[in-house]
Ligand binder design. Structure first.
Ligand code: NAD
Ligand code: USQ
Length: 410
């Protein structure tokens, strides 16, 4: 029997799910992972692999048991398609919490083709609906913690900081009177993937209102970094590191590119500002969310899971200053603002005790070291972008360096 309780981690073989699983197991929770390993299969589809040599999930779990004596259960099924298995698992495990990482999470992959658009919607929306439906059917008071994205808000505002999920608005009700109401922040997705997260939010709103399901939605920024104290305990526990152009996120891509001597691939002017979080803080935040569930009857609890914002070209300059890497501007394959300001509230996690890891030279160098160590595994063909947002962006321009006249002065 666990010291702390039982948790089902959906998507526990993935980049965020694996280190979170280990940390929660170390903290004394009994963990059951559900993962259909689709992420590993997508690597085969894209002709790539994690930069770090990740072991099979069975080997990972065995190594963890040998090192710590702690058991992690693993079940392989598709939560979007195999609903009865989900119902049965929840009835058997009787979890206090389900953490839901199990979605197709790459914006470029979701824009690749009609098949990829439809897969992303089918997988993410059916998966989330199945989890909610199965929780209700179980009759158990399960707290659902979902990994959402900062991208549900879009990346600009009317001038204020982005609130944590809800917006206070004043409505003119006539006769010069105004009432104040608190509404879910208007969704503003920038890709099919981000759209699925805004649809997830509506599912949460409904199941919370109708069935009283306790839900925490974590609006997470771009994650960077690789390892956590637990994944560093043994080479077989190493976390995955995505570097190709669909799943590789911007800062990790720049760090890998610097390590292998590829120019840093800045899209457009690099004026896009995004919210960021280190993988170690991802793990801490999920743990804090698990330990601080909403009360019964409380509305969906929303946290902005991010610790700092940066402009893409500033990140490129930082990496270039540290490593001497060349910066190269590429035609932006995305339909996105070329320049935006982004200020984000994140006080709730700070109030719960999060002490953020911010971009520091030491940590950046550590990630470059990881990349340098495994640079022989890099396939240079999968570094330039290949997915485009609209047919207006000529195919032959995607993945091409931008003409010189578009280059901004840093
Ligand atoms: P990932 O692709 O590495 O992990 C997702 C895992 O879920 C994979 O192991 C995959 O095999 C599994 N999975 C997907 N669909 C499934 C299904 N239908 N049934 C069973 N298993 C399934 O992604 P990640 O980077 O770990 O992201 C996890 C979550 O965090 C995602 O929901 C993502 O939207 C969110 N998020 C990630 C980032 C980031 O920068 N990585 C940033 C913000 C939010
Ligand atoms: N970018 C570059 N060069 C690159 C890669 C990206 O300039 O080589 C730019 C993109 O144009 C974009 C920004 O960097 O403006 C961020 O791109 P990204 O690929 O790092 O992140 P994104 O597509 O937004 O998606 C990632 C995760 C997703 C998560 C999201 C959080 O893959 O799961 O939801 O970050 S957020 O960005 O806050 O919406």
């Amino acid at each position: 029997m666990s010291e702390n309780g039982r948790i089902i981690v959906l998507g526990g073989d993935g980049f965020c799910g694996w280190p979170t699983t280990l940390q929660l197991s170390q903290a004394g929770y009994d963990i059951t992972i559900v993962d259909n390993l689709v992420r590993r299969k997508i690597d085969v589809e894209l002709g790539t692999q994690s930069l770090t040599p990740i072991e099979t999930i069975q080997h990972r779990i065995r190594t963890w048991k040998e090192l710590t004596g702690k058991e992690i259960d693993y079940v392989d099924f598709n939560i979007a398609e195999e609903y009865p298995l989900l119902e049965r698992l929840i009835a058997e495990v009787e979890p206090q919490t389900i953490i839901h990482f199990a979605e197709q999470r790459a914006a470029p992959y979701s824009m690749k083709s009609p098949r990829h658009k439809r897969y992303t919607v089918d997988n993410n929306i059916n998966g989330t609906n199945n989890v909610l439906c199965a929780i209700v059917e179980s009759g158990l008071d399960v707290h659902l913690v979902h990994l959402g994205t900062m991208g549900v808000y879009g990346y600009g505002t009317a001038g204020m900081a982005i609130p944590e999920g809800y917006l206070d608005v004043k409505v003119d009700v006539g006769d010069g009177k105004e009432v104040s109401i608190d509404i879910p922040y208007p969704p503003h997705p920038g890709s099919i993937y981000h759209m699925t997260k805004t649809l997830d939010a509506l599912l949460f709103y409904y199941y919370n209102k109708n069935d009283g399901v306790r839900i925490t939605d974590l609006h997470q920024g771009v994650v960077w970094g690789t390892n956590t104290p637990e994944t560093l305990m043994h080479p077989a526990l190493i976390n995955r590191f995505d570097y190709e152009s669909d799943f590789g996120t911007v800062l990790n891509r720049f760090l890998m590119q610097a390590a292998v001597g590829h120019p840093l691939t800045v899209y457009g002017t690099g004026g896009q500002t995004r919210a960021f979080i280190n993988i170690q803080d991802t793990v801490r935040c999920v743990n804090l969310a698990v330990d601080n569930p909403p009360e019964r009857g409380e509305r969906v609890k929303i946290f902005n899971q991010t610790t700092e914002t940066h402009r893409v070209r500033d990140l490129a300059k930082l990496v270039s200053d540290l490593t001497g890497a060349e910066i190269r501007y590429y035609v932006d394959p995305r339909n996105e603002s070329l320049e935006n300001e982004l200020i984000v509230h994140n006080e709730q996690f700070l109030a719960l005790g999060l002490d953020p890891i911010t971009l520091s030279e030491g940590l950046v160098t550590e990630v470059i070291d990881v990349a340098a160590r495994y640079k022989d595994r890099v396939n240079f063909d999968v570094i330039p972008p290949t997915s485009r947002w609209t047919a207006d962006i000529p195919l032959d321009k995607v993945g091409s360096p931008e003409p010189v006249e578009f280059q901004p002065v840093i």
